[in-house]
Design a protein around this ligand. Structure first.
Ligand SMILES: C[C@H]1O[C@@H](n2cnc3c(N)ncnc32)[C@H](O)[C@@H]1O
Ligand SMILES: [Zn+2]
Length: 430
């Protein structure tokens, strides 16, 4: 196959403010320089005045839940899951999950996210959607056994066959993790075996932990341990674990997270909307813990826009600690990029603009009202002022997925049409 080259000309690098050109050869960032020759370049993107950022990494999603946007607003987690979400999820199928994932992919690309980590059902159909979309993703099957041994066998079959069929697919852009849902839905036996299987397959674990006070209280009552203490006692924890939420944490649990180098996916919008609580993120960061950002699903958020998530993450910590210095823009942007890459074990491949890394890059326009004037710190523009609609160009693995705000791989109108039909049918079944 002939080499394909893209030259991004004269963009402003978000972390340094310098104006540079970036040459992409196939899927790799090949050169970053003041001036790069256009000779033999297949495609030149004139990025004058635009901000170049690493593509965002969303470390906790449920893509297909985009179908449930606005379906069950204003409940707490317990009632949201039990009374609304799990009943409608019982009617999901391959086609609905595929369409939901396509809908989510449109939103991810348009808001500058090039990598996500998803836990859900019918994941091979999610993989198919993601492969068409061209983004990078870590997929896990949401394993729930409620202590039923037969169900447990099924959950392992599902996650293992997902691994066998999809890990490494889409030119290596798709990876597969194990996805035990949480300490309150997955039994001790399931959680113990997940560690063994993750070691055997040399892959990671994606789990919800410590999301609500009720979760902590119930677990303390049944086991005498708080969620991270319990997971430690089962031998589940390690640097390959991404724990979503981690809202209710004791000091001992923070020590445990640090000791095992567990990665945290902070989901401020979902935590606020479900009234779950405030994760002590400033304290986690002070302790050197790797905190990344996630949106959760579009039914508890209600969008997948990491630009919005970054701003909420920063503001929520400032108001919680009454300290405006915590989570400055630059640190939050790192949470949404390099920390996300680290959380998913992809820091050698993505998460920063460096020669040799995969070309997962986005351009934000600055010629719009909320981006005028430029601050001296471009991270400030991106984190505090921008929103998804400022993303002009999205490139993943050296492939342009959106240019001049127009998608290249997906037909958004067609997807909206199918999504509207899908949710209408699902509601009628319920
Ligand atoms: C994979 C499973 O996780 C559920 N799910 C979605 N969002 C959350 C959340 N914030 N907390 C716990 N479970 C959640 C999905 O509804 C699905 O049942
Ligand atoms: Zn979740």
């Amino acid at each position: 196959m002939a080499e394909s080259t893209i030259l991004i000309k004269d963009a402003k690098l978000v972390f340094t403010g310098e104006t540079k050109s970036v040459l992409i050869k196939d899927e790799i960032i090949a050169e970053i320089d003041d001036v790069i020759s256009e000779e033999n370049v297949d495609k030149v993107i004139d990025a004058k005045g635009m901000i170049l950022s690493p593509g965002f990494v969303n470390t906790h999603t449920h893509l297909s839940m985009s179908l449930f946007r606005g379906l069950a607003d204003d409940y707490d987690l317990d009632s949201w899951l039990n009374d609304y979400i799990w009943p409608i999820e019982a009617n999901l199928n391959e086609n609905y999950c595929y369409i939901g994932a396509l809908l989510a992919a449109v939103e991810l690309i348009k808001s500058g996210t090039t990598t996500f980590s998803d836990m859900y059902f019918y994941m091979e159909d999610v993989a198919r959607a993601i492969d068409e979309a061209g983004i990078r993703g870590v997929l896990s099957y949401g394993m729930i056994d409620f202590a039923d041994a037969e169900k447990r066998e099924n959950e392992f079959r599902e996650n293992i066959s997902l691994y066998e069929n999809c890990n490494g697919m889409s030119d290596g852009k798709i990876k597969v993790f194990f996805g035990p849902h949480s300490p309150y839905t997955a039994s001790k036996e399931l959680l113990e075996r997940v560690r063994q299987e993750a070691n055997k397959y040399n892959t990671g674990i994606h789990i919800h932990v410590g999301e609500t006070q009720k979760e902590v209280d119930d677990l303390v009552e049944s086991t005498g341990m708080r969620p991270f203490e319990y997971l430690e006692s089962l031998g589940l924890l390690g640097p390959d674990v991404v724990a979503a939420h981690a809202v209710w944490l004791s000091d001992n649990e923070i020590d445990i997270i640090k000791k095992y180098d567990v990665k945290i996916s902070h989901n401020p919008c979902s935590n606020m909307k479900l009234a779950s609580g405030i994760s002590p993120v400033a304290k986690l960061l002070e302790n050197g813990i790797c905190v990344s950002l996630g949106t959760d699903g579009a039914s508890s958020n209600n969008n997948l826009d990491l630009l919005e998530e970054m701003k909420f993450a920063s503001l929520l910590q400032k108001v919680d600690t009454l300290n405006p210095l915590v989570l400055p823009a630059c640190e939050v942007l790192k949470m949404a990029t390099i920390n996300g890459a680290k959380a998913l074990g992809l820091e050698d491949e993505i998460g920063s603009i460096e020669v040799g890394k995969k070309a997962d890059l986005i351009l934000l326009d600055t010629n719009s009202v909320n981006m005028t004037p430029d601050s001296s710190d471009l991270c400030s523009n991106v984190v505090y002022s921008a929103n998804g609609s400022n993303v002009d160009t999205t490139i993943c693995n050296g492939k342009i997925l959106m240019e001049n705000k127009k998608l290249t791989t997906l037909d958004e109108e067609e997807i909206y049409k199918k999504a509207r039909i899908a949710i209408k049918e699902l509601k009628e079944m319920n």
